[in-house]
Design a protein around this ligand. Structure first.
Ligand code: BES
Ligand code: MN
Ligand code: ZN
Length: 487
């Protein structure tokens, strides 16, 4: 999709020449300075009982009288919030789906001018999301529609905010698309070395530095916990280290860590067969930190960012790790593996130890970690944990600003009690209760050397059912978070 801005004031919408004029309207009354032809059309539609200025109302008109544009699409949002606007844009794009319009001009009515930058960003993200089609192994997938160009209509005085919104929205949209595509690819294609290749592709296009560690190099680092998960598979593991350097080398970097389980069968603690295909999405954390790296490298903020991805398959075999096995992590702590399906924490703990070498300003790991988090928060908010309030606040605020929300979860010491083992420093699972929290408590044992945050995205990284596919979350949250940390 081609996005651009077009300046026009509210009172001159009749002269816009796109294939469709799309208006997203907040509030229960129309502003006095709205174009008089548009106002007349809306009032007439309300009188006919075809439209109302209430949330959820939408109307398409062909050949609207007095307008140059041959189509008018109206969507009412009720509230004047950013979320209402985003939903309004999605509803408007749905109206255009399967129709003939190639170029739409999109205007907002009744929203605060202070929202402009975010409105543009969200409009772009909604349009980009709606135009994404997975084709890699299904080239016959139908095109999402004829719409290829979206002009954002704002008054001249908003030009700066519009430009900033376009830039940020486009970068995040590109990151989201990369994350969605990686997640959607089948696990026989999106292997650990494929993720490494995708990261390497950013070297040329985005000036990123990348180092990929193979099995031998991972052994040398002493990542016994990570390797215990990888060893049941014939597909070799990769540990990916990527760096974006936007500030002086002396400035402590942010580190993002992604769980890259390219297929989670559960291992010897095998998962039930139904729906197991969805465990190809168990690299959603890796996909999202990769997407964020791309977005950040495009926006070039003055900050240093390190991205770490631990990638392998979790498979059963004669060589696989067994319940009862004790392994030694890179930190030196021994771990009794009571359930081989709690593998995410086993690969992340070694990545968290590796992160120490960067003397980071903060480390945030991102993982499709627990089914318990899906039960707790569903698909709306990611679970968020943080070792300090300021970091929690920053992650929370980033999620709200990006409309990619998270919810802080507790880390009381008592939640760690269930992880005690008679045979190792720690067990990899506690009981069923509070499963997302006990997983976080396990990780926290390895994250004591820096400010640490953890996002459990098991409920938000992908959708099941008819719309099965990666969501690209939490690329929006993470990109906003990184931008918020620029000093
Ligand atoms: N990748 C899964 C978590 C998951 C499950 C994400 C379902 C999304 C939907 C993770 O590796 C896992 O299997 N976790 C176990 C942990 C348990 C054995 C303590 C789980 O949640 O059941
Ligand atoms: Mn698992
Ligand atoms: Zn998993």
């Amino acid at each position: 999709m081609d996005f651009r801005s077009q300046s026009a004031s509210l009172d001159a919408l009749a002269s816009l020449t796109a294939d469709a004029l799309v208006l997203v309207i907040a509030g229960a009354t129309l502003p006095a300075d709205l174009d008089k032809n548009v106002t007349a059309l809306i009032k007439d539609a309300i009188k006919l009982g075809d439209f109302d200025l209430k949330a959820g109302q939408a109307l398409s008109l062909a050949r609207p009288s007095g307008l140059k544009a041959p189509r008018l699409v109206l969507v009412a949002t009720g509230a004047a919030t950013l979320k209402a606007a985003r939903n309004g844009v999605s509803a408007a794009l749905a109206q255009l789906k399967g129709r003939g319009a190639a170029h739409a001009a999109l205007g907002f009515v009744g929203f605060d001018a202070a929202l402009t930058e975010s409105l543009v960003e969200q409009a772009l993200l909604a349009a980009s999301d709606a135009s994404y089609v997975y084709r890699h192994t299904k080239p016959s997938a139908p095109a999402p529609g004829k719409l290829v160009k979206l002009s954002l209509v704002f008054a001249k005085e908003q030009a700066k905010a519009v430009k900033a919104g376009l830039t940020r929205g486009q970068a995040i949209a590109n990151g989201v698309a990369l994350a969605r595509e990686c997640a959607n690819l089948p696990p026989n294609i999106a292997t650990p070395s494929y993720l490494a290749d995708q990261t390497k592709a950013l070297v040329k296009s985005h000036g990123i530095k990348v180092e990929v560690l193979d099995q031998k190099a991972i052994e040398k680092l002493g990542m016994g916990s990570f390797l215990s998960v990888a060893k049941g598979s014939d597909v070799p593991p990769r540990f990916i280290v990527a760096r974006y350097e936007g500030a002086a080398k002396t400035q402590a970097p942010l580190v993002l860590v992604g769980k890259g389980i390219t297929f989670d069968s559960g291992g010897i603690s095998l998962k039930p067969g139904a729906g197991m295909d969805e465990m190809k999405f168990d690299m959603g954390g890796a996909a999202s930190v990769l997407g964020t790296l791309r977005a950040v490298a495009e926006l070039k903020p003055k900050i240093n960012l390190v991205v770490l991805i631990a990638a392998c398959e979790n498979m059963p075999s004669g060589r696989a790790v067994k319940p009862g096995d004790v392994v030694t992590s890179m930190s030196g702590q021994t771990i009794e593996i009571l359930n081989t399906d709690a593998e995410g924490r086993l690969i992340l703990c070694d990545a968290l130890t590796y992160a120490e070498r960067f003397k980071p300003a903060a480390v945030v790991d991102v993982a499709t970690l627990t089914g318990a988090c899906v039960i707790a928060l569903g698909g709306v908010r990611s679970g968020m944990y943080a070792s300090d309030d300021e970091l929690a606040q920053a992650l929370s605020a980033a999620g709200e600003a990006a409309l990619d929300p998270c919810w802080r979860m507790p880390l009381d010491d008592e939640y760690e009690d269930g992880l005690k083992s008679n045979f190792a420093d720690v067990a990899n699972v506690a009981g069923r209760e509070g499963g997302s929290i006990t997983a976080a408590k396990f990780l926290q044992r390895f994250a004591g050397q820096y400010r640490w945050g953890h996002l459990d995205i098991a409920g938000t990284a992908w959708k099941g059912g008819g719309a099965k596919g990666g969501t690209g979350r939490p690329v929006g949250l993470l990109t906003h978070f990184v931008l918020s940390q620029v000093r």
